[in-house]
Design a protein around this ligand. Structure first.
Ligand code: GRF
Length: 213
């Protein structure tokens, strides 16, 4: 069975959706560890409630970024983690972790990449005036939200949207496509060819358009 490690900095609703999808047996995997950089992250409460080990570790306690991410990689490897999930981890992951988990770190981003990467995906999409936005699950490489795209879901963006209303609409789909990507990974259905991710079970599962056009 695949062992997962989760990195999160905040409320952890994506972390929760993964827990729920494991408990309902949609995903056949176990979560060995939550790592957070914030001692007050609500994700910790979720870990406690579900008896998941957690570790609080801040880059401030390390000499540099490389040693921080080597430490995280050591902790993950020590627990046999085969897939790392960034569930609202608000940092650009260092190369010392990326190189030890090539195409085995997944992130969820609240915009249709490659548009609006970075910390303010919702705000940037609204300010740009897009009519469609959404979310993207992708593998993590050394760039900022630049790794190969696994699944995307699209939602409408309305003229009167605020960051909050758009974020709520997108979040619903984050909670659907992140567990789906993890499930496909556990089933060995995801292949990476350069920039492209090929999904064995068919093209319908990687492009989700809501509402149907
Ligand atoms: C989500 O919007 C996700 O797309 C982004 O960070 C946020 C995390 O939310 N990467 P949560 O902590 O999972 O509720």
């Amino acid at each position: 069975m695949l062992t997962i490690g989760v990195l999160a900095s905040g409320r952890g609703s994506n972390f929760q959706s993964i827990i729920d999808n494991i408990e309902s047996k949609f995903i056949n995997a176990e979560i060995a560890l939550l790592i957070t950089d914030k001692a007050d992250a609500y994700a910790i409460e979720r870990a406690k409630k579900h008896n998941i080990n957690f570790l609080i570790t801040s880059p401030k306690d390390f000499q540099d970024k490389d040693s921080y991410y080597s430490h995280i990689a050591d902790e993950l490897e020590a627990r046999g983690v085969g897939l790392v999930i960034l569930a609202g981890f608000m940092r650009v992951v260092g190369k010392t972790l990326v190189q030890r988990y090539p195409n085995r770190i997944m992130n969820i981003h609240p915009a249709l990449l490659p548009s609006f990467p970075g910390l303010h995906g919702h705000r940037d999409a609204i300010e740009y005036g897009v009519k469609i936005s959404g979310c993207t699950v992708h593998f993590v490489d050394e760039g900022v939200d630049t790794g190969p795209i696994i699944i995307q879901a699209a939602v409408p963006a309305y003229d009167d949207d605020t960051e909050e209303s758009l974020s709520d609409r997108i979040l619903e789909h984050e909670h659907r496509i992140f567990p789906l990507a993890i499930k496909l990974f556990t089933e060995g259905k995801i292949k990476v060819k350069g920039r492209k991710v090929l999904i064995d079970s068919g093209r319908e599962e990687s492009a989700l358009i809501n509402p149907p056009l």
